[in-house]
Design a protein around this ligand. Sequence first.
Ligand code: MG
Length: 388
Amino acid sequence: MRIVDIRERTFPISSPIRNAYIDFSRMTLSLVAVITDVIRDGRPVVGFGFNSNGRYGQGSMMRERFIPRVLEAEPAELIDDHHDNIDPDKVWAAMMGNEKPGGHGERSVAVGTIDMAVWDAVAKIEDRPLFELLADRYGSGTCDRRVFVYAAGGYYYPGQDITALTDEMRGHLDHGFTVVKQKIGGDSLDRDRERIEATLAILGPGQHLAVDANGRFDRATALAYADLLAQYDLFWYEEPVDPLDYELHAVVAEAYDGPLATGENLFSVQDARNLIRYGGLRPDRDWLQFDCALSYGLVEYLRILAMLADHGWSAGRCVPHGGHQMSLNIAAGLGLGGNESYPDLFRPFGGFPDGVEVSDGFVIMPELPGIGFEGKSDLYRLMADLAG
Ligand code: MG
C-alpha cells in the first residue's frame, strides 16, 4: 500500500467582500489529490483536501518541498501496521523533515491541505466516514452526527446598506441557522453600532449574533468596542486584537465579561499553547477557532486538543474557522462545539454535502466514506477532474 502521486491545483475563490483587514477579490486556495494504489470498484482510492479561505493557494511550497518528501519516502515508512493503512502521522513526519521549529508561516497551510487529503484517503481505505474513524481511534468511541453550525457573513462590500445587511442575516435565519456573525472594525464605531443594532432587532428567541473584528483593533479601540458590545448579549466578540498579542487578549478578557473567540490565525500547537497560557481566556465561556486546514492539519489538531485537555479546556469550546467538511468530521467524531459555515461564499469549497439542511442551528452528518466530498456534487466535479 502506498501513495503513488499527489496533485495540486490553485483555484480562485474571489469575491468583492472585505473584512476589517483584507478584501477577497484575489483570494485563492489549493486543492490537493492524494492518489493511492489501493483499488476499490476498479479505481484507485483518492483522498482530497483544500485549504480554507484567507491564506491563498500554496502550490509552490507543496511542489518544491512537501510533495517530493512524501513521494521520495520509502512506502513502508508511511504504513500504519496496526490498522493496515497509510499512517497520517508518518506522512506528516515525512513532510516536516528538514523544517526548523518556529516561524509557522504559510507552510502550515501547505502541510494542512495535504494532511486533509491523507485523512480522506485513510478513512476511504477503511470504507467508513472519517468522523467514525476519529471517534474510534481518538475519541470516546461514539460520535454525535448532529453538529452545531453558525452562519458567518455580514462582510463589508460596495453598496452595502443596513437593509442589505439585515436581508442577508434574515436569509441565514430562514435557512435554519440560530447564530449569525457579522464583521466589525471595517467602518466607524458608530456605523458598526448601527449595523449591530439592526441585526439584533431582527433576531427572535433563541437566536444570537456574533461579531468579528479580524484582529484589527489596537488596545484603545478594542476596549472602546468592548464597552459598546458589553451592552448587548452577543454570542461572541471575535479576534478583537492581533492574534499573536497574547497579553493584549488578556487585557480585553479582563475588560469584557462576555464570550471572546479567537485562534483562526494561530497555526501551530506552540502558538495555541501560548494563547492558552498567556491570553487570559476563560475555559467556561470563550471559544477557540483553530482551523486544521491552515495549521498543519489534523495530526497537529490532535496535539492541540491534547494540549487543551492538559490545560483544563474541553474540546466543546472549539468551533473551528473555515466552514469545511473536514472540521465537521472532527466536530462529529471528537465532540467539538461546532463549526463555522459560509452560506453564500467560497463556493463550491464551503458548505455541506447535497441534501444536508441546517435545522435549528444543527446539521446531521451523512454516512459517506472519508470526509464526504463525494456527496457534494459541485465540489466533487473539480476533485474528480484533478484526480483524472
Ligand atoms: Mg474570523
